[in-house]
Ligand binder design. Structure first.
Ligand code: 9PG
Length: 617
């Protein structure tokens, strides 16, 4: 038994039993997690599971102190002898001295002569009865955090079934992490990057997650049928670990939260920012602007941009917008970034000049990782596409009325091509503000050109390359991005599903079946994440709650427009109007004026983590 403690927490390790216990110290309400680890991999066609029972033989353990972005750590490091299969493991447990945070990390080295394929690294599964938030049982809930910008985030009571898409290959590739289980029974929930088990009766909670997502996608899973159980996984994605190579997980973390604290997530969210070397005070102010998408969609023409620009310039004193952002609709097909549609005979460069000359910042949409199947790129560079084991381009979801494909970012030519679109838009066409969309397409499953990387590594490296291509002077808004992968690389981030001209999801005005879809464009779905992800604002980036549709004929009622305007405004993120500005009535213009300029303060949302509300729609 080895132990280490800080004023707030105590960790007990039992290497011979492969078990550890984290307990709170002091206070009237002792809380405890007793857990095990497990690593699963394939070797020569057989499945192995290591670390599940014992961390012996031949371990060397040491306790010590180390520096970290979170201040001094008290550590226990257990370095094991290689096992008979030639796998060697090292486990590092750490308590932060000044904060009540517990961190741990696994390292796996392949010292054998054969490659292995890593399935998953189970960072934690609680032992029977090993999870206690309070001596008396309480009314439990689980906060599930969606994978990417558009994916549903919300709190569940044990009698609810987790919201999921029923549209399989149409919606799952964009919205769902393929390594995160999709629970179908009440009481069983999953969450991406971090999740929170809440005891609403005793106003306490346990957050389980990761401080970064640079190495593996992380998933928290909870069972609340009976005594609660928790599991935390890092996905190996079947990536190959060659002889002589090793892998290390991102830091996993557990934090006991106090729900009476008005800002209970600060402990975790600030630690994640620090882990990425971020200083949130250096983030730009929340911007305001106009976006073409939700009025013109992809029927946009250059003259529509010009008319709205002229109107925005005329109304500038009473309508303080700063960015004029051209969305999807200028390019021939997503993937063909250097060929324009007939509505943009001169491309977008002259528009950037006009926008700048009128005193606004030119913004442009790009989707550098997704490929429309009719793009010329598909024939010019078939090797750039991510393919399945059988050689078929993988499905990136049903978007723009077609099943789309994606680039294989481990192919150097493909990544270079993606970066060239960003570099050209920023440095040749003159757009200092870029909305980079559909970035989840860089994290799909497939037979990658380089099979040694996890999907999280492929995506993070792809995003880092885009950041470098854009240059430090360009402002990047991420959209459709797995959130944990983007921290520290984007100034602004879409944190919700698309708003739409309808409260409920629909396809060509058909609502049946689709109204329960949780991630599809719809004003209700957007509002859910605008509220639930408000605490991320000015911590990980500037939140983008998507656009305000103010016009009379959008299909939203006046009350719905008011609700959207209020949520966008009160949660402090960017404020973008997406109407035909010259056609707005004075009353509807007034709604936009009321929410400008952006408030830019992070709100406190009492009760967010301990009631099922807001349960929009
Ligand atoms: C441009 C749009 C806008 C918008 C983005 C993104 O699930 N879906 O099928 C789906 C389609 C489009 C979409 C989101 C989801 O919208 O969020 O602001 O830029 O692309 O095509």
């Amino acid at each position: 038994m080895i132990s280490v403690e800080t004023p707030a927490l105590q960790l007990l390790c039992q290497p011979e039993q492969g078990q550890w216990t984290l307990a709170t110290l002091g206070g009237t309400n002792p809380r405890r997690v007793k857990a095990r680890l497990g690593i699963t991999y394939h070797r020569e066609g057989e499945l192995y599971e290591d670390l599940a029972n014992s961390w012996l033989p031949g371990e060397v353990s040491e306790t010590g102190q180390a520096a970290s972005p979170h201040g001094p750590l008290r550590q226990i490091r257990i370095a094991m002898q290689p096992n008979p299969a030639g796998m060697q493991y090292e486990i590092t447990f750490a308590l932060t001295e000044r904060l009540p945070l517990f961190l741990w990390q696994l390292k796996m080295s392949n010292l054998s002569a054969k490659p292995v394929w890593v399935v998953h690294l189970e960072m934690l599964h609680t032992s029977a009865g090993g999870l206690s938030l309070h001596p008396q049982p309480g009314d439990l809930g689980f906060f599930s955090h969606g994978w990417q910008s558009w994916s549903y985030s919300g709190l569940y009571s044990p009698d609810q079934t987790q919201r999921r898409t029923r549209l399989g290959p149409i919606q799952s590739p964009p919205a769902v992490n393929p390594s995160t289980p999709v629970p179908r029974r009440p009481g069983h929930y999953s969450s991406d990057f971090y999740g929170i088990l809440v005891d609403r009766t005793h106003r306490t909670a346990l957050l389980a997650g990761f401080l970064s997502q640079q190495q593996q996608f992380g998933t928290a899973e909870v069972w609340m049928d009976g005594r609660p159980r928790l599991r935390l996984m890092a996905s190996g994605d079947g990536a190959r670990l060659d002889p002589g190579s090793s892998l290390t997980t991102d830091w996993a973390t557990l934090a006991f939260l106090d729900l009476n604290d008005p800002d209970p997530l600060a402990l975790y969210l600030d630690a994640v920012a620090r882990q990425h070397g971020m200083d949130p005070t250096l983030l730009p102010d929340s911007p305001s602007g106009w976006c073409s998408w939700y009025y013109y969609f992809n029927h946009l023409k250059a003259e529509d941009v010009e008319r709205n620009l002229a109107e925005a310039a005329r109304r500038r004193p009473e309508l303080p917008l700063s960015i004029i952002q051209i969305d999807d609709g200028f390019e021939r097909f997503p993937g063909d970034w250097f060929a324009f549609r007939p509505g943009f005979p001169q491309g977008v460069e002259p528009l950037a000049k006009q926008i700048r000359a009128s005193g606004f910042t030119p913004g442009l949409w790009l989707a550098p990782f997704i490929v429309h199947p009719r793009a010329a790129l598909v024939h010019e560079h078939p090797d750039y596409l991510l393919r399945s084991e059988r050689g078929r381009p993988v499905n990136a979801g049903f978007i723009w009325d077609v099943f789309t494909n994606a680039l294989d970012l481990t192919h150097p030519g493909a990544l270079e091509y993606a970066c060239r679109s960003v570099d050209t838009a920023a440095h040749e066409w003159g757009f200092p503000y870029l909305k980079l969309d559909f970035l989840y397409a860089g994290a799909l499953r497939g037979a990658h050109h380089d099979p040694r990387l996890t999907r999280a590594q492929v995506l993070r490296r792809g995003l880092e390359a885009l950041r470098q291509a854009a240059g430090a002077e360009t402002t990047l808004l991420g959209c459709g991005v797995p959130l944990g992968s983007a921290i520290g690389l984007f100034e602004a981030m879409r944190i919700s599903a698309d708003v739409s001209e309808s409260w409920l999801p629909n396809y060509r005005k058909v609502q049946v079946v689709l109204s329960a879809e949780p991630h599809m464009p719809s004003t209700r779905n957007a509002l859910q994440n605008i509220l639930l992800r408000a605490p991320l604002h000015r911590r990980w980036w500037v939140n983008d709650p998507d656009c305000l549709l103010s016009r009379e004929d959008s299909g939203l009622t006046l009350e719905e427009v008011h609700t959207l305007a209020t949520a966008i405004s009160m949660t402090g993120g960017s404020v973008f109007l997406s109407d035909d500005v010259p056609a707005l009535s004075p009353e509807r213009l007034r709604i936009a004026q009321c929410v400008l300029p952006p408030i830019d303060r992070r709100p406190l949302l009492p009760g967010l983590k301990d009631t099922p509300r807001p349960a929009c729609g």
